[in-house]
Design a protein around this ligand. Structure first.
Ligand SMILES: O=C(O)CC1=CCC(=O)O1
Length: 264
């Protein structure tokens, strides 16, 4: 793992896979860090160079005070790609990571060989719902919202059969700095790419957990329908975090999409 100063923020990142191979960058969701991709990159193996990072406000990256924007997160991701001299790469984004990935596909399409959007949409939630969450976290921290978040992240079956894993992922959420969490909630609240994503011209796969309660499959499919040529897939027995709940299915979808688009 490594730390780099990008856009005046310490950003925590790591890479794995094939040195010099075709690159994949991963962007994680709200309240998580890059460990959520562990089981996916293990399955993608030695074919790709895979770069993971903690977006600002999360993990071991800096959590500056104030509200963030999707452009802030996108600028950090582009700075990381520049730092690593990745001219062209595939991009996999989960939830807010998918918003960042859509934004990057609009701002710098020449950098992208392929795009994978998982459990995301061009507009997630409402201004009211994000303001309520921001207020709750400002007043009480993450503990009061943690059980409700776990119900959206994971299916009932996963929660019932994996109580220890569930407790671990809940700990990950609780250790997110509240100011980083709030900053990124504001970024989601203020992002509406609905009228813009029709311009995405990168080969795109859109996937959704069939039991995702944060970005339900119909919402995710509606985003796919706005992107010319995008393929939509559902992941069976899965909530909002497929890299944890169904890593094999997600890795297979990513591998097939990259193979079909010559990023191998
Ligand atoms: O916490 C949730 O509801 C899940 C989520 C929404 C946006 C994101 O990145 O995660």
């Amino acid at each position: 793992m490594a730390f780099s100063l990008l856009n005046h923020q310490v950003i925590h990142w790591t890479e794995t896979g094939r040195v010099g191979g075709p690159a994949i960058l991963f962007v994680n969701s709200l309240g998580t860090d890059f460990r959520i991709w562990d089981e996916v990159v293990a399955r993608l193996g030695q074919r790709w160079r895979m770069v993971l990072h903690d977006k600002r406000g999360h993990g071991l990256s800096d959590a500056p005070a104030g509200l963030y924007s999707i452009d802030d997160h996108t600028n950090d991701l582009l700075a990381l790609a520049d730092h690593l001299k990745l001219d062209r790469f595939a991009l996999v984004g989960l939830s807010i990571g998918g918003l960042i990935a859509q934004n990057l596909a609009l701002r710098a399409p020449e950098r992208l060989a392929a795009l994978v959007l998982a459990d995301t949409a061009c507009r997630i939630g409402t201004t009211e719902s994000w303001n309520a969450r921001i207020d709750a976290v400002r007043h009480g921290g993450l503990e009061p919202i943690a059980d409700a978040v776990m119900e959206r992240w994971f299916t009932p079956a996963f929660r019932e059969t994996n109580p220890v894993q569930l407790a671990g992922w809940r700990n990950l959420l609780l250790r997110t700095p509240p100011k980083g969490y709030v900053g990124s909630c504001a970024a989601i609240r203020d992002a509406d790419l609905t009228e813009r994503i029709g311009a995405i011209a990168v080969p795109t796969l859109v996937a959704a957990g069939d039991q995702d309660l944060s970005t339900p499959p119909d919402l995710v499919r509606a985003t796919a329908d706005r992107i010319a040529g995008a393929r939509f897939e559902t992941i069976a027995s899965c909530g909002h975090i497929p890299p944890v709940e169904q890593p094999a299915a997600l890795a297979a979808l990513i591998a097939r999409h990259l193979e079909e688009n010559g990023h191998v």
